[in-house]
Design a protein around this ligand. Structure first.
Ligand code: DC
Length: 238
């Protein structure tokens, strides 16, 4: 079956790769673009950052020591996450554990502050990467994160790395926070993004960097729709 024949544009006539890996730093547009792309292809979006965030929330609620990698690993092993596809209630996908909807908790400031500490633990990554591979094995998946092309799905036929300057990413994140009613200064958002870039890039386990075979797209002056078009062009060319 030719999956692209149902596209409104009607100009893509090849079967897209079953999994598409999108990586990039915070606020590079991964989730916005990933959702648009998934909708366009009839694929499922899997936001792997949400999985690290959900475990962070639960570890905070349990009072775990974030300096204890063994405790965090054991906790990840003992805590099954349910990762649900996009829905009207949760457009980016839902995250549940033990029947509790954790989706509204994922972007709380306390989660923002701790998620890099949890995601640097190799044992935690091992548990989540295994689950991410199981989700991808179902096919028809756009998977978004930091290490998808390099580690989770090294054989993905299409890997994209989205980037933009820290200033542009902070501008976008600031705008989004303000729209959500948060009273936060641009400078604070910029500093927080830079701090997390450093933690993500300098950690030992799966540091943030493009896979060698990733297509790097600078999203600085592109709308999300233009980025999706650029990715689809790569899909047809690959
Ligand atoms: O994309 P995000 O901001 O929701 O990601 C939250 C954190 O999780 C971020 O500090 C990096 C980490 N992360 C990761 O280490 N590996 C992934 N595949 C996805 C996210």
């Amino acid at each position: 079956m030719d999956t692209f024949t149902c596209l409104p544009a009607g100009r893509l006539r090849v079967t897209p790769p079953p999994t598409i890996a999108i990586d990039g730093p915070g606020a590079s547009g991964k989730n916005t673009v990933g959702l648009l792309l998934a909708q366009r292809l009839g694929y499922r979006l899997v936001d792997t950052g949400a999985m690290y965030r959900a475990l962070t929330w639960l570890a905070l609620a349990t009072g775990l020591d974030f300096d204890d990698p063994e405790a965090l690993t054991g906790f990840a092993e003992a805590t099954p996450l349910r990762v649900l596809p996009s829905s009207a209630q949760h457009p980016q996908g839902g995250l549940y554990a033990d029947g509790e909807d954790l989706t509204p908790k994922l972007h709380l400031p306390e989660v923002d502050a701790k998620v890099s500490e949890l995601s640097r633990v190799p044992g935690v990554r091992r548990v989540l990467v295994a689950q991410q591979r199981r989700l991808a094995a179902e096919g028809g998946v756009v998977m978004v994160g930091r290490d998808i092309g390099a580690v989770v799905l090294p054989d993905a036929a299409l890997k994209v790395y989205l980037d933009a300057s820290p200033q542009e990413r902070a501008r976008r994140r600031h705008q989004q926070l303000r729209a959500d009613g948060a009273d936060v200064a641009y400078q604070a958002v910029l500093e927080d993004l830079r701090h997390r870039d450093t933690l993500d890039q300098e950690r030992e386990a799966s540091p943030l960097r493009p896979a060698p075979d990733a297509r790097i797209i600078n999203t600085e002056r592109l709308t999300p729709q233009q980025v999706v078009d650029a990715i689809l062009q790569h899909a047809t060319a690959s």
